[in-house]
Design a protein around this ligand. Structure first.
Ligand SMILES: Nc1nc2c(ncn2[C@@H]2O[C@H](COP(=O)(O)OP(=O)(O)OP(=O)(O)O)[C@@H](O)[C@H]2O)c(=O)[nH]1
Ligand SMILES: [Mg+2]
Length: 262
């Protein structure tokens, strides 16, 4: 789990100002009351993250990795080579019940309708979405991204199973890892741009190798866009990747290098 440093303090600058004001204008008892009220409110704050994408793209595996679990540990989401997740299911962090990662059923059947799907999975409850794609950018991603945009919610786009793509391409004589990664990224960026997402950011991830590729950058990006207490909750649950893995991590230079989507 992430260590809580100053950067992730629960009380943000606005709250600090309010507490200072209470101290200056009304005295200690009122200030203590203000702090207590603040913490009581926060106890009820939840962070709800929805993981969506095509069937078999690795959503449940990502949910497990996100919670710092392997696929066969107690309480982990079932994963498999055949369609596995049929209903939205919330997975709580073992220690921080205020954070729910929702494993959603797969999309992508020929008659898929993103608006209907999102209604069925109860889109209102989610703070943001993670769209997982294990292959090329497709029509179902277009629909999903469009609908999420319409709802004025944020999404992060993950291209998963990067280890598989690299391993398959590495059989070619002309294999170049950086170029392969760049091609994958470009394909997703182009797809998102074609539906009007400005400066899209795409995260290349292997759940079997979180220290490589973009997992760490995804963590950092998600953190930036949340309000103070939700950011704090997220920091409590993010899996720790050993520092030696960060060193291995390579960021592929990309002309569009903007941190957030939407
Ligand atoms: N090599 C590799 N395999 C992965 C990765 N992520 C998932 N898989 C495998 O892909 C298969 C499908 O993974 P799931 O997590 O069950 O996929 P899902 O999207 O939840 O599938 P549904 O629940 O059916 O919609 C499993 O065999 C996983 O082990 C990855 O990063 N690398
Ligand atoms: Mg699943």
């Amino acid at each position: 789990m992430a260590e809580i440093g100053q950067e992730y303090d629960v009380i943000g600058p606005t709250e600090l100002e309010e507490i200072k004001e209470a101290l200056a204008n009304t005295g200690l008892t009122t200030a203590v009351g203000a702090i207590q009220d603040y913490f009581e409110q926060q106890e009820h704050v939840e962070l709800n993250i929805a993981v969506t994408g095509e069937s078999g793209s690795g959503k449940s595996t990502f949910v497990n990795a996100f919670r710092g679990l392997g696929d066969e540990e107690e309480g982990s989401a079932p994963t498999g080579v055949v369609e596995t997740t049929m209903e939205p299911k919330a997975y709580l962090h073992p220690e921080h019940v205020n954070v729910k990662v929702w494993d959603l059923p797969g999309i992508g059947t020929p008659n898929f309708k993103a608006d209907k799907y999102l209604e069925e999975v109860g889109f209102q409850r989610y703070d943001f979405f993670i769209i997982v794609s294990s292959e090329r950018f497709r029509e179902c991603h277009v629909q999903l991204a469009n609908e999420i945009n319409k709802m004025k919610k944020k999404f992060y786009f993950i291209r998963s199973k990067i280890d598989c793509s690299i391993s398959a391409e590495s059989r070619k004589k002309s294999f170049n890892k950086e170029k392969t990664l760049n091609d994958i990224r470009e394909d997703c960026v182009r797809g998102l741009e074609s539906i009007g997402v400005t400066s899209p950011d795409v995260f290349l991830i292997s759940c079997f190798d979180l220290g490589s590729y973009d997992f760490r950058r995804l963590q950092e990006t998600m953190k930036k866009s949340l309000p103070q207490f939700k950011k704090y909750l997220l920091m409590l649950v993010l899996p720790n990747i050993p520092p030696q893995c960060y060193l291995k991590q390579k960021h592929i230079p990309h002309p569009i290098n903007v941190a957030t989507l939407c």
